[in-house]
Design a binder for this molecule. Structure first.
Ligand code: FAD
Length: 574
């Protein structure tokens, strides 16, 4: 019995209790949890194809192939010209397959700082979003799993803060780059004040340098599709998932207890339009780019903008699509005097084929390695940095980072051996937006406003200095060769210009359907994720987070989805 429908004609019904828009990271969690109750029916509408048998999604080492700008598993978005990036329009990756970005991302599992979540509690007026109350939801999603190489993991993580019974496998890397890794750890010993070793960056206290945990289990990617829609869930009689169904807007408005209520979801399958009806709730889980797009297409957004587009306003909510925040990433690459880098596999057909064969037969070897690396650092600006004259500290507290260092044992697509430091600004001041054109099926206009604030550009330059300090430690002597961009040889003005010319997207957008207190005149959803002023409609995905955390965003998204599903269930119970 296949409940994953490729063809709308096979779908048994177009009437459900709940319709979930988007079978991505959050949407599949919601669908799974709601259908635990056999008395409710759920339909998931996903625009993309199935994740099953998509090798580039399954094999961690091949993850980068998913990101090709014109690939079949990406929405292939481009941002608007970015003022802060010398007017460059840059690629903005989003997963276009079941599992959404969780089927397509870098697999880094990082939860964020206690300060991030305590700030969410403050910004929403709901203690339920605080670190202490969200923590059980992190555990609920997680299934801690031994790495594929079964190496001794003592001293690389703290077992007491991990879940063992969740749906998403999380593990330390199952393949090692000893030469590179040894130098990273040695630097924490040589410069412990600036770069202390952190046993486990997922404790709520992420500052320091430590081992990365990844959403990988037994050598394969673990996603919301593999975890929350595995066969015993997808075969539930009350759950249907339709692929290739692109939602345009919500329709069939009626009044319910003085509020407008949408009764249906319009979607395109092939060249025809259909409407799926939801008797209880519609849940938008289309992600931080597409959730605001669907809301705006439906007449939920800023009244004057909607009017200009000829869309009748159902609810005037000016914050829809505004307030996005995201990480800006500067790749810093060096040639190295070592052949212990990923190029030893990517640039050697024999080793590549051997690695492929090894993965096929035993799910071990280099192919279990995710190219996001094995170590990360979460670091702060110095408290007396002059950058705070431009803007007060945007981080949520002293335990949260301004920067991420992501250490990659690989580099540019050139012959040779390289390492890369992905330097991310994770506490941006800049805020961007998502807007639409009048065609509901056209791409939304994505403006993350990277480095739109002077603070962000200058802070990244401070981050470059921190990176130089790291790589000037004795551990790297004789190892590092020429940098791809020689920032050290530039003056401050040249450095900022070079940063603007080289920053790429962090792909961590949040905030476009942000939570705010129930009585606030701004924001899009209440702390229980219901859309303000509308009956029977919620947003459950990364768009509800008011500010980007100092972390990769999938762990927070899974936690939002788990709590969101509980909030839906509680509404029904009362
Ligand atoms: C390239 C990349 C690398 C990343 N790396 C990491 C990482 O290493 N670690 C980490 O923690 N985070 C990472 N992230 C971020 C993280 O994956 C996302 O923040 C998170 O998964 C978002 O979840 P979501 O549920 O909000 O949206 P998504 O997972 O994007 O889900 C939205 C779903 O809705 C579908 N959809 C959208 N519009 C429609 C429509 N109109 N009709 C029907 N379906 C629709 C989409 O196809 C998708 O399946 C990365 C993201 C990207 C893009």
């Amino acid at each position: 019995l296949c409940k994953l429908y490729e063809d709308v004609a096979d779908l048994p019904s177009l009437q459900y209790d709940y319709v979930v828009v988007g079978g991505g990271t959050a949407g599949n969690v919601v669908a799974n949890r709601l259908t635990e109750n056999p008395d409710v029916s759920v339909l998931v509408l996903e625009a993309g194809p199935s994740n099953e048998g998509v090798l580039v999604s399954e094999v961690p080492f091949l993850g980068n192939d998913l990101l090709a700008p014109t690939g079949p598993y990406s929405w292939n978005y481009t941002t608007t010209p970015q003022t802060g990036l010398n007017s460059r329009a840059i690629s903005y990756a989003r997963g276009y397959l079941l599992g959404g970005c969780s089927s397509h991302n870098g697999m880094v599992y990082s939860r964020g700082a206690k300060d991030d979540f305590d700030r969410y509690a403050k910004l929403t007026g709901d203690e339920g979003w605080s670190w202490d109350q969200i923590f059980p939801y992190f555990l609920k999603t997680e299934k801690w799993t031994p790495p594929a190489d079964h190496h001794d993991t003592r001293g690389q993580f703290n077992p007491s803060i991990h879940g063992t019974a969740g749906r998403i496998s999380v593990s330390l890397s199952g393949f090692q780059w000893p030469d590179f890794q040894r130098r990273i750890i040695q630097t924490t010993e040589e410069l412990p004040h600036d770069f202390p070793f952190n046993l486990d960056m997922n404790s709520g206290q992420p500052l320091g340098v430590g081992w990365i945990q990844s959403t990988i289990g037994h050598g394969e990617r673990s996603s919301s599709a593999t975890g929350y829609l595995e066969p015993n869930f997808i075969q539930r009689p009350n759950l249907d998932v339709l692929l290739h169904a692109k939602v345009s807007k919500l329709v069939n408005v009626t009044q319910h207890q003085g509020k407008p209520r949408f009764g249906g979801v319009q979607f395109r399958y092939g060249t025809s339009l259909f409407i799926a009806e939801a008797s209880k709730e519609i849940i938008l889980s289309a992600g931080a780019i597409n959730t605001p797009q669907v809301l705006l297409n439906s007449g939920v957004g800023d009244h004057s903008t909607l009017k200009a587009l000829g869309i009748p306003t159902v609810m005037d909510l000016p914050s829809v699509g505004k307030n996005s925040s995201d990480h800006s990433v500067l790749p810093l690459t060096w040639a190295v005097n070592s052949n212990d880098t990923a190029e030893s596999i990517t640039q050697n057909a024999t080793r590549f084929n051997e690695a492929s064969e090894q993965w096929n037969t035993s799910r071990t070897g280099p192919f279990v390695f995710a190219l996001a690396g094995t170590h990360a650092g979460w670091l702060r600006l110095s408290p007396d940095s002059p950058v705070f004259d431009i803007h007060p500290d945007p981080s949520p507290g002293p335990g949260a980072p301004h920067f991420e260092f992501l250490f990659l044992p690989s580099g540019v697509n050139m012959p040779g051996h390289f390492i890369t430091l992905l330097l991310a600004l994770v506490s941006p001041v800049s805020r961007g937006s998502i807007t639409i054109s009048s065609d509901p099926f056209a791409d939304p206009l994505i403006n993350p406003a990277y480095l739109g604030s002077e603070f962000d550009a200058i802070a990244l330059r401070e981050g470059v200095k921190l990176a130089e300090k790291f790589f000037n430690a004795p551990a790297w002597h004789g190892y590092l060769g020429a940098p791809a961009i020689n920032l050290a040889a530039m003056n401050a003005t040249e450095q900022v210009a070079t940063i603007r010319a080289n920053v790429v997207s962090g792909s961590h957008m949040v905030g476009t359907a942000s939570m705010s207190p129930r009585d606030a005149t701004y924001g899009v959803v209440n702390p229980d994720l219901t859309v303000k002023g509308i009956a029977g409609l919620r947003v459950i995905d990364a768009s509800v987070l008011p500010i980007v955390p100092g972390a990769h965003t999938q762990a927070a998204t899974y936690a939002v989805a788990e709590r969101g599903a509980d909030l839906v269930k509680q509404t029904r119970a009362t």
